[in-house]
Design a protein around this ligand. Structure first.
Ligand code: B12
Ligand code: SF4
Ligand code: SF4
Length: 401
């Protein structure tokens, strides 16, 4: 007869190759850099997760002066943004990473072709958020596989002040245009971070190399810098075309030219770009469709057409109506518009979106001031206060070119 033996419980033996945090080899920081490079990051450096009084004060001043405009999310999570440990108290170190997105031609060349729209360099390609997040997660997984670290990854949208952290990590310095400038990549680095509870040895901070230069401040079409190193986002074309909802101030519209999504003027003016390199990640290749697209074509996009044309790019985020608002502003700013341009604008006077109709009113009045009285009659029954506000403004000098 078979005897059934009760099995003795097995005591677990943990076999682990994980390095404990207090026994990390001195070369571990180099191993992180090597891994980051393998994953396609162009630069990787470390900073301690403690706050930085100047950055924190800069943020508080920016919000107090209401320079953030409608970006309420900056104000709502200001405390977490002010210092990494406010966001995650256990964080000890931040691994700051940069991906080069250097353009292969002059980003400002399209500003002279006023029948075309200019889309900023970062947006003329696949959405960098998706690409960088994947790389950051891969680096974080690797870190966890090597150590007993806790990690969190962030790019752009989280309440993290990426530029001051990148400066302290030594990726570059915050230039007078407030963006990070790198000796190796000029103005063209996307930033991302891996927070960890590992106490890693920090790299040395970079220092300011702007000197007496003011090229970025001088070129800004809307005078968005109240002082060097400070930006009033409410005047910045990047904010106005991407973040701002509703109509843009009439005073600023003529200054926007044909920039329909973002702006690169201050970045492109920087003399440190002479050291810039073209983006090497094929997934960040510029896509020809978004290089100076025709304004008439864009003005005709409906919702589905807009989503289809801009699928996979950051542009899809503004939504069709705000984007067409930008296109109509560019049409209103055109040099010597032809009949076809005016026709394209006129077609938008009956658009379902009130900001599109109101923008069409402004653009048409600039292109053809003699049609103002017809515009008033034709839109007298329009139900939108926004449209009527534009029609009333036609009485004033604000509309004139
Ligand atoms: C909000 C935001 C915007 C806003 C406000 C811009 C701004 N400068 O803050 C708007 C919509 C305008 C914008 C525009 C652009 N953005 Co943006 N934006 C952000 C975001 C989400 C937060 C930035 C932030 O915290 N702003 C708050 C203010 C208070 O911070 P700050 O500008 O750093 O201000 C500091 C200085 O004033 C400083 N300070 C005060 N006095 C002094 C004195 C000295 C000497 C110094 C050094 C500093 C200093 O203190 C403040 C705090 O540090 C970051 C992503 C992130 N999570 O960080 C991307 C980010 C800054 N944007 C980016 C990009 C690419 C752009 C655009 C180029 C896009 C485009 N082509 O249109 C433009 C550039 C416009 C410009 N000149 O800044 C990149 C910049 C990469 C880089 N190399 O720096 C980031 C980092 C996104 C990313 N992950 O790559 N953006
Ligand atoms: S992005 Fe354009 S509008 Fe904004 S600060 Fe720079 S130059 Fe001025
Ligand atoms: S353009 Fe001149 S002032 Fe502006 S960030 Fe570059 S070096 Fe600094």
């Amino acid at each position: 007869m078979w005897r059934v033996c009760a099995r003795r419980p097995i005591t677990p033996i943990w076999i682990s190759s994980l390095a404990q945090r207090d026994k990390l080899p001195d070369t571990f920081r180099d191993s992180i850099s090597t891994e980051a490079e393998k994953l396609g990051f162009d630069v990787c450096r470390i900073v301690s997760a403690t706050g930085d009084a100047m950055a924190e004060q800069g943020l508080r001043d920016f919000i107090a002066a209401e320079h953030h405009g409608q970006m309420q999310w900056l104000e709502d999570r200001m405390e977490e943004r002010a210092a990494p440990q406010n966001l995650w108290p256990e964080a000890q170190s931040v691994i700051m990473l940069g991906v080069n997105y250097g353009p292969d031609s002059d980003p400002l060349a399209g500003l002279q072709e006023t029948d075309k729209g200019v889309i900023s360099v970062y947006a003329q390609r696949r959405d960098y958020h998706d690409l960088i997040k994947k790389k950051l997660k891969a680096l974080a997984r690797w870190l966890v596989s090597q150590t007993d670290a806790e990690v969190k990854v962030f790019v752009d949208t989280a309440p993290v002040m990426e530029k001051p952290l990148a400066m302290r990590a030594g990726l570059g310095w915050q230039g007078k245009h407030t963006n990070l400038v790198s000796r190796d990549f000029g103005s063209w680095l996307f930033l991302g971070s891996v927070f960890t509870d590992l106490p890693l040895p920090p790299n040395e901070a970079e220092s300011d190399h702007c000197g007496a230069c003011t090229a970025c401040l001088d070129i800004c079409p809307t005078a968005a810098f109240p002082a060097p190193y400070k930006i009033d986002a409410r005047r910045c074309i990047s904010y106005l075309t991407i973040e701002h909802h509703g109509m843009v101030d009439r005073e600023l519209r003529p200054l926007m030219g044909n920039r329909i999504y973002g702006c690169d003027d201050c970045l492109a003016a920087c003399p440190w770009n002479k050291f810039a390199q073209n983006a090497k990640d094929a997934k960040l290749a510029l896509q020809a469709d978004y290089d100076r697209p025709d304004l008439i074509f864009l003005s005709r996009l409906d919702d589905a057409g807009f989503r289809d044309f801009f699928r996979g790019t950051p542009i899809k985020r503004t939504g069709r109506d705000r984007f067409i608002r930008n296109v109509l502003t560019a049409l209103g700013n055109m040099d010597a518009p032809a009949a076809a341009h005016m026709e394209a604008v006129r077609a938008r006077l009956s658009d379902a979106s009130e900001i599109v109709r109101a923008s069409a009113v402004w653009a048409l009045a600039r292109m053809q001031p003699e049609t103002i009285s017809d515009l008033r009659t034709g839109l007298a029954d329009d139900a939108s206060a926004v449209v009527h506000d534009e029609l009333s403004a036609l009485d004033t000098a604000e509309i004139s070119a």
